[in-house]
Design a protein around this ligand. Structure first.
Ligand SMILES: Nc1ncnc2c1ncn2[C@@H]1O[C@H](COP(=O)(O)OP(=O)(O)O)[C@@H](O)[C@H]1O
Ligand SMILES: Cc1cn([C@H]2C[C@H](O)[C@@H](COP(=O)(O)OP(=O)(O)O)O2)c(=O)[nH]c1=O
Length: 678
């Protein structure tokens, strides 16, 4: 066939992939019929773009996706592109060989209970190794809660064609299924298929991402090859995969289970193992060594190998003779190992990644994935100097292409040791260069660091916790001690820059503080602080003065972050706020923060009769008149004490409020001590 003849463009009659109405639409309808989906679309930029589009087309930024850690990097790429957040779950592990086998139904159920905000899930099935998850059950669980399931069926475009193979994802009820027809079915590399079914997903939205991300000049040879490959599979797939499946069963039955190399079948009775994947477990010999031997001495090219396994992939073109050649070669190699012609090596010590390393934890990000990926302040460092630093890129061993580090996650000693082990066994690790160096972020996330000569000390606490009282006492004491000190209280109600704060606190934008975005409210207070910095104390601080403030950015952290219930959302807000006030506005970062801890039930009594600071009247501002707001702020503050290392002053002991003086003495002592330590 002359492929140049088919290398068309969108001329009349040739249709347009991105708005298919003619011959491409007909081909896609046929493909959907064959796979029994509602709709199918041909992909010309590989399964990767199919996965990107499926995720971007079903989520909005900030949405939560349930992601098993053994997903392909395309899934994590989509999360970075769409600013989508992952709830990670660890798959079940094949412990002897050390690969991710399946995603347990119970883990899915638990994740959905713990994170009801999850919108949908992506599931890789079958795995590269042929193992499968209970897709049908998982789909049902998700659907009962109105959530959708995307299945990455990259290694399963053939499942539909023989009933002895595991159930395909469309039949199992998945809402979106992406298949690499170019793998087992033999269409051209880079050509794939995506299927849609049901009403839970917005198909036009996914398609608009397909049009955005794929080439605007889709290759006709690629498209034709998908149709041709599926046609052949439809016609001959049943018999071809039956033969492969049966040969696999036969070999498993006949093989000597004590041989150095044995064919893996998960377990004998499992119907849901994909026997088109000929995965061999090696004992006393390295899988990679056998892969090389098969290529050199027997002319058989494997798909991949690792320390204790290698994978021989079959496909639509595999004949019984091919299988015979493979099995004879394995028998021959086994014999040579047993007779000493091939030397045995001690089994490589596998640090059992899946047991020692908590991948869910390793992949947690301290800066959002997308932010770390986009960041330009990066440097490369050798692996051993990277421990404790934040990764600036994906780090992914190949095979199997499952990330060990995300951009934004911190390199732990365990991960570094494991990566070192992989590299010393010649495993290719994307994200680590030939000098064994990886890319790291230069800048750490929010951390108290001094940029000024003087000192900025914050007295923080919920409303009526004694801030004003303690600030005043401390100020007078510092003055007496001869310190160059000034005192400011935020918000500065008597200044024009607090106009928006006053409107907000008076209820002009709503009486219930929880209905006003913490992001928006924070900007009002920050603007007042900026004006104050410029007007009141920039020079004073830079010349070594001590600035004592009653409330600061820390109040936004307490009161505005307290409005956010979801932990990841709250963290995102806190990071944003930090960036906004300290990086954008360039406000000074405090040297010390004292948090006056008074439980809400006690401080309510203290402020009961206090007049409104804005109006001077009895009626309280919207924060003070909302017990829910005050409680949320209090809880947020308790968390912040831990997270940001604030100095906590417990103002209540055994349910009794301590005296003003004893609280003051404690703060004074702490300041004196830190001064002598300077
Ligand atoms: N330790 C304390 N014991 C008794 N009353 C206190 C104590 N600390 C503060 N107060 C009183 O409680 C009220 C609120 O204190 P204030 O300093 O205005 O708090 P804030 O500035 O945090 O709103 C004031 O009337 C103050 O005199
Ligand atoms: C300074 C500041 C205050 N706030 C809140 C805290 C208070 O509930 C409210 C007004 O502060 P304020 O009148 O100082 O409260 P207090 O009664 O404790 O003296 O504004 C913020 O949310 N962000 C900020 O940056």
């Amino acid at each position: 066939m002359n492929w140049y003849d088919d290398d068309l463009t969108e001329i009349p009659g040739a249709d347009n992939l991105h708005d298919a109405q003619g011959i491409i639409a007909q081909a896609q309808q046929k493909l959907a019929q064959i796979y029994r989906s509602d709709e199918a679309a041909i992909l010309v930029n590989g399964t990767t773009t199919g996965i990107h589009s499926a995720i971007l087309g079903t989520f909005s930024p900030g949405g939560k996706l349930l992601v098993p850690t053994n997903c392909h990097r395309a899934v994590f790429g989509a999360m970075a592109l769409g600013r989508i957040e992952a709830v990670l779950i660890t798959p079940e592990i094949e412990t002897e060989m050390g690969f991710a086998k399946s995603v347990g139904v119970d883990r899915v159920k638990k994740a959905l209970i713990d994170h009801p905000e999850i919108i949908g899930m992506i599931l890789p099935n079958p795995t590269y190794y042929g193992t499968t998850s209970a897709v049908k059950t998982i789909a049902t669980i998700l659907h009962e809660q109105g959530k959708f399931l995307i299945v990455d069926e990259a290694h399963g475009a053939h499942l539909r064609f023989n009933d002895k193979l595991p159930l395909d994802a469309v039949a199992a009820g998945a809402d979106v299924v992406i298949q690499s027809t170019h793998k087992i079915l033999g269409s051209f590399t880079q050509s794939s298929l995506i299927h849609f079914q049901g009403t839970l997903i917005d198909i036009p939205k996914i398609k608009s991402f397909l049009a955005l991300l794929q080439s605007s000049s889709p290759s006709y040879p690629l498209m034709i090859s998908v149709e041709a490959a599926v046609d052949i599979a439809y016609e001959k797939g049943e018999a071809i995969f039956e033969a492969i499946h049966n040969a696999h069963c036969d070999y498993c039955q006949k093989q000597d289970n004590n041989a150095p190399i044995i064919l893996y079948q998960e377990n004998e009775t499992n119907q849901e193992y994909d026997r088109s994947k000929w995965l061999f477990h090696t004992r006393g010999v390295s899988g990679t060594e056998i892969e090389t031997l098969l290529a050199k001495a027997y002319g058989i090219q494997c798909e991949m190998s690792g320390l204790n396994h290698f994978l021989a992939m079959t496909g639509i073109g595999t004949t019984p003779e091919d299988i015979k050649r493979l099995t004879q070669a394995i028998d021959d190699i086994n014999k040579k190992i047993n007779t000493g012609q091939i030397k045995k090596t001690p089994d490589p010590v596998n640090p059992a990644i899946w047991e020692n390393i908590n991948l869910e934890k390793a992949l947690q990000t301290e800066r959002p994935l997308w932010e770390a990926l986009y960041a330009s302040d990066k440097e490369t460092r050798p692996l051993n100097q990277s421990i404790g630093r934040i990764a600036g890129d994906f780090v992914i061993p190949y095979p199997p292409g499952i990330p060990l580090l995300f951009p934004g996650s911190r390199v732990s000693p365990e991960i570094a040791a494991y990566l070192d082990h992989l590299l010393s066994h010649d495993v290719a690790v994307v994200g680590i260069d030939e000098k064994n160096e990886l890319r790291l972020l230069k800048k750490e996330p929010a951390k108290m660091e001094k940029k000024h000569q003087g000192q900025l000390i914050v007295i923080e606490g919920v409303d009526g916790s004694g801030k004003q009282t303690q600030t005043k006492l401390l100020y007078e004491r510092l003055l007496k001690a001869g310190e160059k000190v000034m005192k400011i209280s935020y918000p500065r109600y008597d200044k024009k820059s607090s106009a928006m704060v006053k409107l907000y606190l008076e209820g002009a934008f709503g009486k219930d503080p929880s209905t006003i975005s913490p992001y928006i409210a924070s900007t009002f207070y920050a603007a007042d602080r900026y004006a104050s910095y410029k007007e009141d104390y920039e020079d004073f601080l830079n010349q070594g003065g001590l600035v004592l403030v009653d409330r600061y950015t820390t109040s936004n952290m307490v009161h505005q972050a307290g409005k956010i219930k979801d932990q990841a959302e709250r963290k995102r807000f806190l990071d944003w706020l930090w960036d906004f006030e300290f990086n954008l506005y360039q406000l000074p970062i405090p040297d010390r923060v004292f948090f006056l801890n008074i439980p809400p039930e006690i401080n309510q009594k203290l402020i009961k009769n206090r007049k409104n600071k804005i109006t001077g009247k009895q009626q309280k501002d919207i924060h003070e008149s909302s017990p829910e707001h005050l409680l949320d702020a209090y809880n947020s503050a308790l968390a912040l004490v831990e997270e940001y290392g604030w100095s906590e002053i417990n103002c209540v002991e055994e349910n009794v409020l301590r005296s003003v003086d004893s609280i003051h003495q404690e703060i004074w002592k702490s300041i004196k001590e830190s001064k002598t330590n300077d």
